[in-house]
Design a protein around this ligand. Structure first.
Ligand code: CTP
Ligand code: CA
Length: 225
């Protein structure tokens, strides 16, 4: 399985991978999260290691355990994920943001359990930091790969995110398609760069997608020197 990874393609490279969903606290017993399983990011972390990289895996809430033998850091909120990524960003060569980061969090996390009161309840949410956008604006030499989870107009939204977040590549997937999406072991992705479509992959296992994606990145990183 690992033989096809092209061992050594990322030899000596420092790679940061984020995976899973974030947890944004409402109160001590409740939180907001999403359907991310963590599988895509974990597959990328494993494939990168198989290709010789020095991998740092930062992961939030997941359905499966992280791969063994990789340096990991478990985080909860978008803010914690941001801080963890920032620590490793300056000396990383490649950053892959597969995590499903919450876009909004409760304005306040109540310190005690919120009691049931009226017939309706309003929760005020505020925007979280956009980790990828922040990295994109401050990157020096790092090769940046973002993900775009879409349910419609996949290509247009993905291209817009690539531009807005200054990514070198963006991996777009239609999360509602058969054989793709959050909980699946397979995925169907299209990879874009600033010039347009780089590769449209057929339905593949997340391990295969990870290897192919990293091969594309490694080639481009070596061209860039
Ligand atoms: N991302 C991030 N920080 C956030 C939100 C998203 O770093 N607060 C990253 C994700 O990890 C992913 C990319 O941005 O690599 C795109 O995430 P996505 O949710 O598809 O895009 P958004 O820009 O959040 O737009 P929307 O959810 O409205 O489609
Ligand atoms: Ca989002």
């Amino acid at each position: 399985d690992k033989e096809q990874a092209g061992p050594g393609l990322l030899q000596g490279k420092k790679v940061v991978v984020t995976s899973g969903g974030t947890i944004e606290r409402i109160d001590p017993v409740r939180y907001i999260t999403n359907d991310s399983s963590g599988k895509m990011g974990f597959a990328i972390a494993e494939a990168a290691r198989a290709m010789g990289a020095d991998v740092r895996l930062i992961y939030g809430r997941t359905d499966v355990a992280p791969p063994a033998g990789i340096d990991t850091e478990h985080v909860q909120s978008a803010e914690e994920m941001y801080q963890a990524v920032l620590k490793h960003f300056p000396d990383s060569d490649l950053v892959i943001k597969a995590a499903a980061v919450a876009d909004y969090r409760p304005a306040v996390a109540a310190s005690s359990k919120i009691k049931k009161k009226g017939d309706t309840m309003t929760l005020e949410l505020v925007k979280t930091v956009d980790i990828l956008e922040t990295l994109g604006k401050s990157k020096t030499h790092q090769f940046l790969i973002g993900f775009a989870a879409e349910t419609h107009d996949v290509e247009a939204y993905a291209k817009d995110k690539l531009r807005r977040k200054h990514c070198d590549l963006i991996v777009a997937n239609d999360v509602t398609a058969e054989g793709a999406g959050f909980r699946s072991d397979t995925n169907i992705v299209q990879v874009f760069d600033a010039d347009g479509l780089v590769e449209k992959m057929p339905v593949m296992t997340k391990n295969e997608v990870a290897r192919r994606l990293l091969a594309i990145a490694a080639e481009r990183m070596s061209e860039a020197g």
